[in-house]
Ligand binder design. Structure first.
Ligand code: ARG
Length: 459
């Protein structure tokens, strides 16, 4: 059988192989086969309810589709077909004969392709969200693995203020929670059934669109047949949501790479997450983390590619839209691969609290020193200046901030005549934080509980 569903349009058309090959999407859309089969089955039921197929014909079509399913499972070669939609229809005709020729009544590939893509994402996005939840689980375990560890918190990659390592690890759990939320949001918006839209104007068959929706498990219906066949923003939204998750993970990966360096030593990576050098035998390279650092580039490329295809393309269906296949398939695949690796890599991280503690240079308590002055009635701007002077004095005399003598502190400001006990103690510093969401150990305990409930609840 010819691989065309529109073969009768031209008399004596001579196919030019280069053009046939270029026009076909079968090389890229086979990932939609399962959805296409499901949608075809639902459509056959719809045609039967609409009286287009009588009982025997409907039964023949359903049997035929089951036979097609078996051929596909056995690895049927589809290369002779133009696309996945033609493939299923033409194979059905081979299997079911005449009744199979009725399946396309009132139907268009323009609506089929978006139905398939939406069905594909309806199962792919929850899988991706599950993979994100697994990364969260790994991060929670990491956060709980060193509850007492205090590390320097960084801004500008300069030591800022002490924070609990648990607080640091949990920060990514919240970033990923937003990521899951974006994925769920994209999944919710794309959950509408386009079937019944025809090529762009709707169908002459009195299809019960709601029954088709229920059969395929969609939450709602597209409201406008032109919009239904034109829209691809649902793919961009999905890629965008996945891309933002990888973007946050790329920043986590970069931090872990830095923390695993000999200079920092805040974490040790299990050997499983490392490779060595073909030349330098001492090397322990964080290759997987580096690949995760690079991973958003892929999603951005898929997003940008489809974005460019859509820009300025006439509304409704145009063949340009066929170019959405690879960004969609590869975007989902790339995201899932990266997420799986991210969860595994985080499970290979072991915190080293001693190295974190050793990196807490007392100058990190300059803000705490200013806070002491504020507590003693000095305006913050003045207090900041006094603490800065203390830092300069220590720096210029080659001492640490806690090495200044009592009379030097007093000389800087009368209110510093006696320093509170534990001013240069990291633990006391974090305990002095009072706000909800801060690194105060009590707040972190509450945060951890909340995050735990959230992640355990998400299954
Ligand atoms: N393979 C096509 C695609 O992916 C299916 C829709 C074809 N429609 C058409 N009018 N040629 O976009």
């Amino acid at each position: 059988m010819s691989g065309k569903v529109w073969g009768k349009r031209f008399a004596g058309r001579t196919a030019v192989p280069a053009l046939e090959r270029y026009n076909a999407s079968i090389g890229e859309d086979a990932f939609l086969l399962q959805a296409e089969m499901e949608a075809s089955r639902a459509y056959a039921l719809g045609l039967s309810s609409a009286g287009v197929l009588d009982g025997d014909e409907a039964a023949a079509v359903l049997r035929g589709l089951a036979a097609v399913g078996r051929r596909l499972a056995a690895g049927e070669d589809l290369s002779r077909f133009e696309d996945v939609h033609s493939a299923v229809e033409l194979l059905l005709i081979e299997e079911a004969g005449e009744p199979g020729r009725k399946l396309h009544t009132g139907r268009s590939r323009n609506e089929q392709v978006v139905t398939d893509e939406r069905l594909f994402l309806k199962s792919a996005l929850p899988a991706a969200a599950g993979a994100v939840a697994d990364v969260q689980k790994a991060l929670l375990a990491l956060a709980e693995s060193a509850p007492a560890a205090v590390m320097p918190g960084y801004t500008h990659l300069q030591r800022g203020q002490p924070v609990l390592f648990t607080h640091y690890a949990l920060s990514f759990v919240w970033a990923l929670e937003r990521g899951k939320d974006r994925i769920a949001d994209a999944a919710r918006r794309l959950d509408v059934c386009p079937l019944g839209s025809g090529a762009l104007a709707g169908s002459t068959v009195p299809l019960d669109r709601d029954a088709l929706r229920v059969e395929l498990g969609f939450a709602g219906l597209t409201e406008n047949s032109i919009d239904a066949v034109a829209d691809r923003s649902f793919i961009l939204e999905s890629l965008g949501a996945l891309g933002l998750v990888l973007l946050d993970l790329s920043r986590l990966a970069e931090d872990l790479i830095i923390f695993a360096s000999a200079e920092f030593g805040f974490i040790v990576l299990a050997d499983a997450a490392a490779t060595s050098s073909s030349l330098m035998p001492q090397k322990k390279n964080p290759d997987v983390l580096e690949l995760l650092r690079a991973a958003p580039g892929r999603l951005f490329a898929h997003y940008a590619r489809l974005f460019m295809v859509l820009k300025g393309t006439p509304w409704s269906y145009n063949k340009d839209l066929q170019e959405d296949k690879e960004p969609l398939r590869r975007g989902v695949e790339d995201a899932l691969r990266a997420l799986e690796a991210a969860a595994a890599a985080v499970r290979c991280v072991r915190p080293v609290p001693e190295r974190m503690a050793a990196a807490i240079d007392p100058s990190i308590f300059a803000t705490d020193l200013a806070d002491v002055l504020v507590e003693r009635g000095v305006a913050f701007r003045e207090a900041h200046g006094v603490a800065a002077e203390a830092v300069r004095l220590a720096e210029s005399s080659g001492r640490r901030l806690d090495g200044l003598k009592p009379d030097e502190f007093r000389g800087l400001h009368a209110a510093l005549a006696a320093l509170p006990a534990g001013l240069f103690d990291p633990r006391r510093s974090i305990e002095r934080k009072k706000t909800a969401g801060s690194t105060n150990p009590e707040m972190v305990r509450r945060q951890l509980k909340k995050a735990r409930a959230l992640v355990d609840g998400s299954g």
